[in-house]
Ligand binder design. Structure first.
Ligand code: 6PG
Length: 274
């Protein structure tokens, strides 16, 4: 299945970044709801998306929130009211401020032990998806300064080297090597995984897998700030394998991959779009 090269959008500052992110989320929502009657949106954690979520909640974008289904790209195994919970961050910035249907909000069940939480979330995802078209409409991702995304960190067993190879050395884009890793293998590929050794606290997390993220219709990678410069260049302009730069494992099989950056994060790119 052909993959699209990533689109790289660079904004002058965090304000432009937020405005563009909101525009793309709203556009994806309207498109999905028109086409399929609902919008499956997976939220990123961390701090980068906070302003985007607040702006999405604060302004009218023509989104029919009753038809939006909220998922989480990853979650830290903390109580939902813990200050570092991705779910709490999403609630404070977005979920409590828009008219979502409560039954359409699917937090990771972090009260369970991590492996059980991952299995339970996998069951939740499978219950929501049509096996004939098991794709989230839009998955939002952040990226750490080490190139991790969601809770997929360097050296993760989720990044088995044989799963990926660079088939375009110029762009370094990676492709899932196992051609069976497509929608056809959905029934046997894990959609979620338990993480117990995350170098970014807390160690215990649940994450969507690279396989599942790569089934999405659209992935938006949201990166701001000077501290991400090296990871951005490694991701977009090197041939590092995903074991070193996990974000490079993200290459949606039939979907669009877009990077939203600010000038600071994109500073070292040599062939950035002008
Ligand atoms: C998490 C996130 C993680 C985050 C990156 C970037 O739970 O920590 O899912 O993948 O997106 O670490 O975090 P910042 O946006 O805070 O830089």
């Amino acid at each position: 299945m052909n993959r699209l090269a990533p689109e790289v959008w660079i904004g002058d500052d965090a304000v432009a970044f937020t405005r563009e992110g909101v525009r793309r989320v709203a556009e994806a929502a309207r498109r999905a709801i028109t086409a399929r009657g609902r919008f499956l949106l997976a939220l990123a954690g961390g701090t980068t998306p906070r302003k985007l979520y607040r702006t999405l909640a604060a302004e009218e974008h023509g989104i029919d929130w009753q038809r939006v289904v909220i998922l989480f790209s990853d979650e830290r195994l903390l109580p939902h009211d813990h200050p570092d919970s991705n779910y709490r961050m999403a609630r404070e910035t977005l979920l409590d401020a828009v008219p979502l249907s409560p039954q359409n909000i699917h937090p990771v069940p972090t009260h369970l032990p991590v492996r059980e939480a991952a299995m339970a979330y996998e069951a939740t995802l499978r219950g929501l998806l049509d096996p004939r078209d098991p794709r989230v409409d839009l998955i939002l991702l952040g990226m750490g300064a080490d190139g991790h995304t969601a809770s997929i960190f360097p050296g993760s067993p989720l990044l088995r080297a044989d799963d990926f190879f660079a088939d375009n050395p110029d762009t370094g884009l990676l492709r899932a090597a196992r051609t069976a890793r497509s929608t056809r293998s959905y029934s046997r590929e894990p959609l979620c995984a338990a993480v117990t050794d995350a170098p970014k606290a807390p160690a215990a997390r649940v994450t969507m897998t690279p396989y599942f993220i790569n089934q999405a219709r659209q992935v938006l990678v949201l990166v701001l700030g000077e501290d991400k410069v090296a990871a951005v260049s490694a991701a977009l302009e090197s041939d590092a394998d995903p074991g070193e730069s996990p974000i490079r494992a993200i290459s949606p099989e039939g979907g669009a991959l877009t990077w939203l950056l600010d000038r600071r994060a994109a500073r070292a790119l040599t062939n950035a779009p002008r």
